[in-house]
Write a protein that binds this ligand. Sequence first.
Ligand SMILES: Cc1cc2nc3c(=O)[nH]c(=O)nc-3n(C[C@H](O)[C@H](O)[C@H](O)COP(=O)(O)OP(=O)(O)OC[C@H]3O[C@@H](n4cnc5c(N)ncnc54)[C@H](O)[C@@H]3O)c2cc1C
Length: 393
Amino acid sequence: MSDIVIIGAGVIGVATAHALTARGITDITILDRDSVGSGGTGKSAGIVRCHYGVTSVAALALASLEFFENAEAELGQDIGFEQVGYLVGVGPENVEPFRASLANQRSLGVDTREIGHDEVAAMWPTAYLDDFATFCFEPRGGYGDGYATAQALATSLKAKGVTIRQGAKVTEIVVDGDKVTGVRLADGEVVPAGLVVVAAGAWSVPLVSPLGITLPIQPIWVQEVLIDPAVDLGAPPVFSDLVSKQYVHLRGGEMLFGNSSGEGAMTPIDDPDVYPSRATNETVELVVEKAMHRFPGIEDPRLATTATGVIDTTPDNNPIVSATGYAGLFIAAGMSGHGFKIAPALGRLMADIMLDGDTTLPHVVASEFRLSRYDDGEPLVSPFVYHGATGIR
Ligand SMILES: Cc1cc2nc3c(=O)[nH]c(=O)nc-3n(C[C@H](O)[C@H](O)[C@H](O)COP(=O)(O)OP(=O)(O)OC[C@H]3O[C@@H](n4cnc5c(N)ncnc54)[C@H](O)[C@@H]3O)c2cc1C
């Protein structure tokens, strides 16, 4: 019997195990129905930034940066983190909340500063910038590789004695009264455990619903478009464009565009296993139109390919990291499309809640992530509301 079973070997499951091992606990079994990083983690755009209005989330992103910066030395493997910096551009309607959010971020220790058009033009010489009012730049931001990060963590966990079982689908969480006692696998095997963490993204919902636990998590289909600029753009920062509502960064020389408004931005689906693997023609057209508006300096762009994935979104666009009404049963799910950048610290938050009921992570209020916040009417939302942007700011 393992003391702890973690369901899901995405970046959240392995980060939770990593944090537990840092506290000397290695009697852990991670179970995945498929393989390490096969869920949303392996499809992630991997953008890393601390630009959040919710203090606890900005603080999780900041604490996670230290992991990304030191992971190669600590884990002995390249996790694919490219620290090219992170740039945000806003229109006049958002200058006020933008500046207030920046001030809050700086008060937490985030290295971010407002910059002007000239500086941005030097970073992205191909971009049209006249419709932005102002920008900020985070030099410690960039993008990572979800799959490589999860694999590196898994390798390190195995070396510490953690068991990772792939192709092990959990079909039932086993309880005795109001206490968890283990999980049952698809072949009927019961894996006993004193503590169980459900870190299975959108698939967490049906795992806990037989226990009377309702997770307000909606699977959302997201589409990305990769454009070959046919020129070498160097290594510009990730660019969050809150005027055209899109983000872009380079991946292997191609420009990866995510669209955050209009056609195909966020499509709710019923089953997180059933969605098209290619972006729709309408989405491609919209992304290309936005890309051409923003980057007129790229003269001969070509559509390279498209990519899609599923995110597990909660009503307030923030994760659920929580105990439940069952002793020993915990939830770390509902990452709402931004779980990669906060995963290292979120794993620590989950471990702290499991072991201590609270966390000592600076500026992180553990109770803000509790499942009951929705019923309590206390959603976790930013006080600095950006007009026209998604809720993950
Ligand atoms: C297209 C896309 C772009 C994104 N871009 C960004 C970004 O730029 N920055 C950022 O921070 N985040 C981004 N995200 C979000 C981020 O990647 C996710 O929040 C994060 O990877 C989620 O990790 P997870 O471990 O919670 O879930 P997952 O990686 O989905 O892992 C869940 C695991 O549970 C397993 N599982 C499911 N059911 C069972 C079961 N019954 N038994 C056993 N195992 C089970 C699955 O096989 C899976 O491996 C993006 C996501 C997508 C899809």
